[in-house]
Write a protein that binds this ligand. Structure first.
Ligand code: NAD
Ligand code: SF4
Length: 421
């Protein structure tokens, strides 16, 4: 497949505006501002079928339509660059290697929705990305792509980078907005959604980095062209970060709907030392795992939901036959316990309970009854206030359901069977 999202990343100095302009950069912005009305842009994005790449897959054109229809002022356009999910490192490639694609996507989105100010909320642990983005923004101001009366039109847009301080919860859009306002990053109740009441309670569009990098392509080549790539229900190119026990870990751009088996065994080279595949987390650290028999699934939102898991950020984490599923699930729930903001009881207490039970089992001190307790706590966590708590138990509960024998072996042996001695 022709590289679309990663078309620039292998070029020398791909992060500079000179290289971006040489490759046709900012021509989509020019086309949008000079030849299209804001409504035309929204319609084109709707026609493309683009769905959000942050994890939830909400239709981008519809989000923009809602924001455009809200006439409160000023409106804000926020890029969620707080990529904090373990094993998710796809947005980083765009931020560091093609920052102008992101800025151009934001400009087009801001024009379509009537936003005057923009923020890139950047993960605090991406200091290199911060320097690159700040430099790219300065370059875009110099060339007249940012600021007052862009390209001689009456569209004006100012853009700033805001660094997070290391809290995973600030990737949740309402916690991100609270943090941007200078408060502790805790989620707000939804609805109202940010498109109507976001930053400073004004209409605010929040889009993920990868989502925005798709936008110049859609405007340049048309929504119809885009809608024919990959899965009909959720088209387009998709970045899949692949990690764990594969021969060639990395970020792969493939059409949405590429089978998981093909990604692992063809693109990522198969399992290290030609061992057997054991299990895969197909959609980030909060997805339910799939066994080796379940990987003939197209990697798109509806297919993975049908398979009982989720596409999420599209991050694929692979375990081989030498990996302990109990230990892997324990590591993930330890992460979520640490990152739970503590605002609601099911998540704050649930993640802590799961860590304590899982540690006990991993150390060989668990009981069979613990497995029922894990599933019961997981069910309660479904009632958490935000997505973090609602999904945090997935790796643990799915491991118990699909690898019950491995848990029982830990209990029977009184130690981890993957540890010698
Ligand atoms: P969500 O379904 O609540 O919302 C998705 C988006 O659609 C939001 O922007 C929301 O404002 C908008 N939306 C939904 N309904 C709307 C409506 N009726 N009107 C207007 N706007 C509406 O999901 P979420 O909690 O924002 O995100 C959850 C996802 O985040 C998970 O699937 C997970 O995979 C992902 N995630 C990603 C990372 C990462 O690092 N990329 C980290 C953690 C979680
Ligand atoms: Fe905070 Fe977790 Fe509740 Fe979300 S689910 S509000 S992260 S405690």
């Amino acid at each position: 497949m022709e590289k679309l999202l990663l078309r620039n990343v292998d070029k020398e100095n791909s992060h500079t505006i000179e290289v971006y302009l040489k490759g046709g950069g900012y021509s989509a912005l020019r086309k949008a501002l000079k030849e299209m009305s804001p409504d035309d842009v929204v319609e084109e994005v709707k026609l493309s079928g683009l769905r959000g790449r942050g994890g939830a897959g909400f239709p981008t054109g519809m989000k923009w339509e809602f924001a455009a229809a809200d006439l409160k002022e000023p409106k804000f356009f926020v890029c969620n660059a707080d990529e904090g999910e373990p094993c998710t490192f796809k947005d980083r490639v765009i931020i560091e290697k093609d920052p102008h694609a992101l800025i151009e996507g934001m400009l087009i989105g801001a024009y379509a929705t009537g936003c005057r100010y923009g923020y890139i909320y950047l993960r605090g642990e991406y200091p290199i990305g911060k320097k690159i983005l700040e430099r790219a923004i300065a370059e875009a101001y110099e060339k007249g792509f940012l600021g007052e009366n862009i390209l001689g039109t009456d569209f004006s847009f100012d853009l700033y980078v805001h660094s997070g301080a290391g809290a995973y919860i600030c990737g949740e859009e309402t916690a991100l907005i609270e943090s941007l306002e200078g408060k502790r990053g805790e989620p707000r109740i939804k609805p109202p959604f940010p498109v109507n009441a976001g930053y400073l309670w004004k209409p605010t569009v929040v889009n993920n980095v990868e989502t925005l990098a798709n936008v110049p392509l859609i405007i340049e080549r048309g929504g119809k062209w885009y809608s024919q790539i990959g899965s009909p229900d959720c088209p387009g190119p998709k970045l899949f970060p692949v990690s764990g026990k594969v021969k060639r870990p990395g970020v792969y751009e493939l059409p949405m709907g590429t089978p998981l088996r093909e990604i692992i065994f063809e693109h990522a080279g198969g399992i290290v030392k030609d061992r057997k595949l054991k299990a895969v987390f197909p959609g980030g650290a909060s997805s339910s795992l799939l066994t080796a028999d379940e990987i003939d699934v197209p990697m798109d939102f509806p297919s993975l939901a049908k398979a009982g898991t989720m596409l999420g950020s599209g991050a694929i984490m692979v375990l081989d036959e030498t990996d302990c599923v109990v230990k892997a699930a324990l590591r993930l729930i330890e992460f979520f316990r640490h990152e739970s903001c503590g605002k609601c009881t099911p998540c704050r207490e649930g993640t802590d309970w799961l860590v304590r039970i899982m540690r006990r089992i991993e150390e060989g001190l668990g009981t069979e009854e613990d497995l029922d307790t894990i599933l019961s706590v997981s069910e309660t966590m479904e009632n958490s206030f935000c997505g973090l708590g609602m999904a945090a138990h997935n790796p643990v509960a799915s491991s118990v359901r699909k690898f019950r024998d491995e848990f029982l072996e830990h209990i029977k042996l009184g130690r981890c069977p993957f540890r010698s001695g």
